[in-house]
Design a protein around this ligand. Structure first.
Ligand code: 6PG
Length: 235
């Protein structure tokens, strides 16, 4: 079971200040050590204030590759696309962004295989994986459903896969591509940013339950070896 450190913030702005600085440090260290940084960033609303701060960082962005931790299987430009939302907030000049779902398709497993092939061509392990967590305990797009076990316990070398959440999440009722647990757990640094603590208090127990948790986030973290920082903001 991984070692978890909890960080509390009054509001999303305070968390954004702290995390933008931490992420900048991780990117700089990766560039110093390996000449480049590959980072996976969460979709959803929580990280947006972080990205708005981070985009102003003075970094050698042309050495940074960015991919989403998960993506909805919709056309690029669709408001539901995480890469499209990211592009509106945060595509630093010179950074390379990997749209892991370059085109919509009915065949979500094929979309997953194509995303995995894109990830296989990237320097792995990720230097950073920044995850969000939904109120139902999903993280990235690891949701309960027919592909849940494959996302958690698929081959270690598989970095991404297609999933069909069941039930479909109301905020984005579409199939997705997600990093696998193995892809997430192999990251050199894993950060989790959760907003609206009062509404998501159940996640504290879910995370602490680890492998026996019925929540995806608990199951994902149960296999993570390196220490994990969990950042909560009240709002
Ligand atoms: C997605 C997101 C998702 C997100 C959580 C939390 O594509 O749905 O990647 O995993 O991180 O749903 O979302 P909020 O930060 O908006 O609460």
């Amino acid at each position: 079971m991984t070692e978890i450190e909890w960080w509390d913030y009054e509001d999303a702005a305070e968390m954004a200040d702290a995390l933008a600085g931490d992420i900048q440090f991780i990117i700089e260290a990766a560039i110093d050590a390996r000449g480049a940084a590959v980072i996976a960033l969460a979709g959803g609303k929580t990280p947006l204030p972080i990205y708005e701060k981070l985009v102003k960082a003075k970094l050698d962005w042309k050495r940074v590759t960015i991919l989403p931790t998960d993506e909805r299987i919709v056309p690029l430009g669709d408001p539901l696309s995480n890469v499209t939302a990211l592009g509106k907030t945060f595509i630093p000049k010179g950074a390379r962004v990997i749209p892991i779902v370059p085109a919509a398709t009915e065949d979500y497993k094929a979309a997953g295989r194509s995303a995995d092939a894109l990830c296989q061509d990237l320097h792995w392990p990720l230097d950073l994986c920044l995850l969000g967590v939904g109120g139902d305990g999903h993280t990235a797009s690891i949701f309960p459903g027919p592909d849940f076990d494959e996302a958690l316990n698929g081959p270690k070398e598989r970095r991404a896969l297609g999933v069909m959440p069941e039930p479909l999440p109301p905020e984005a009722p579409v199939a997705r591509v997600t990093l696998s647990r193995a892809g997430i757990a192999s990251a050199r640094a894993l950060m989790i940013a959760i907003s609206g603590k009062a509404k998501k208090k159940v996640l504290e127990d879910a995370i602490k339950q680890g492998a026996s948790s019925s929540y995806p986030i608990g199951r994902v973290l149960a296999e993570v070896e390196l220490p994990v920082d969990i950042h909560w903001s009240e709002q």
